[in-house]
Design a protein around this ligand. Structure first.
Ligand code: F6P
Length: 321
């Protein structure tokens, strides 16, 4: 039976992580467990940056963005010797026998490795990218989406005033969900993602059609990061299409801010479920929401699942523009 549980956040921070930390700590204490926070992700294990916490440690954070316990990317965790040592430190130096790891796929890989080294681990999907296929939605996605929508609404005002085309780059790493959902929600004109690419010539034709034939005053083009250089794309549109185009890279502003109700809801329900699964003696699993049910999936399986590309939403966008 587990007694001491650690919790960490790793990878890019995401709004709603604090709600998940709060739920894990409180549900754990409620079940009679000792709860420990590990600061700055997996690195905190090696820095022995670990603290026992009570319920007031997590007071007043459910509504705050970022992560109270810090986060970091720690590529060293890919090394099997480092993984073994991390498990040893937790077990022998802190008597921590279980861990809840909140983050994206890199975080999941670390948790899987620790579970293979004898620490009971549960992962919670915390990333704005929505790229964890074992959950319909990840913690942070809805807040980042709302931030993008707010930015696009503002850019629309100025684009329309100046008769310009705004080429806006969203985050998402290799997952187009932020761009596609934001495009639908803002009534954007064109969306380009890795899953739904668009040849440049087709794009130019679309821009010309919408500005010269349909006489739109502005054009909003959303692009997921890593698909192309949006500054170069804007220059090409300016040259080829007879409308001035400006690129905007939204950047890390998408990761900050007050978590939306949905991200707090996801963080809280998944956090409580993580503790429930540990008490059921589960390990090497991750929590998710699938078809409106809270579920757990083996991490190994989750890492192999493919994200479903958003073809349906693209279709909706084409029919409603
Ligand atoms: O995974 C979250 C994320 O914000 C991605 O969308 C982005 O590609 C990456 O992190 C950026 O990470 P960093 O802030 O470490 O450069």
């Amino acid at each position: 039976m587990i007694k001491k549980v650690g919790i960490l956040t790793s990878g890019g921070d995401a709004p709603g992580m604090n709600a998940a930390i709060r739920a894990v700590v409180r549900a754990g204490l409620d079940s009679g467990l000792e709860m420990y926070v590990i600061y700055e992700g997996y690195k905190g294990i090696f820095d022995r940056n670990i603290e026992k916490v009570n319920r007031t440690f997590v007071s007043d954070i459910v509504n705050r963005g970022g992560t109270k316990i810090g986060t970091a990317r720690y590529p060293g965790m890919a090394n099997p010797e480092v993984q073994k040592e991390a498990a040893r430190i937790l077990r022998e130096e802190f008597q921590i026998d279980a861990l809840v790891a909140i983050g994206g796929d890199g975080t999941y890989r670390g948790a899987l490795a620790l579970s293979r080294n004898g620490i009971k681990c549960v992962g919670i999907p915390g990333t704005i990218d929505n790229d964890i296929a074992s959950s319909d939605f990840t913690i942070g996605f809805f807040t980042a989406l709302q931030t993008i929508v707010d930015c696009v609404d503002k850019l629309r005002d100025t684009s329309s005033s100046h008769k310009r085309c705004s080429v806006i780059e969203t985050m998402g790493r290799y997952c187009g969900d932020l761009a596609v959902y934001a495009a639908v929600a803002t009534g954007a004109d064109i969306v380009i993602t890795r899953e739904n690419p668009m040849p440049e010539l087709d794009l130019f034709e679309q821009v010309r059609l919408q500005t010269q034939v349909e006489h739109k005053r502005h054009l909003i083009v959303l692009v997921t990061e890593h698909v192309c250089d949006v500054n170069e794309l804007a220059d090409k549109i300016t040259k080829e299409c007879g409308i001035e185009a400006k690129a905007e890279i939204l950047g890390r502003i998408q990761r900050g801010g007050t978590p939306t109700a949905m991200d707090r809801f996801l963080g809280t329900t998944m956090g409580a479920k993580a503790i429930e699964e540990l008490l059921n003696d589960k390990t090497g699993i991750c929590i998710g929401i699938l078809n409106n049910q809270i579920v757990s999936t083996p991490i190994e399986e989750a890492l192999q699942m493919e994200n479903k590309p958003n073809k349906v939403y693209k279709h909706v966008l084409q029919r409603t523009r």
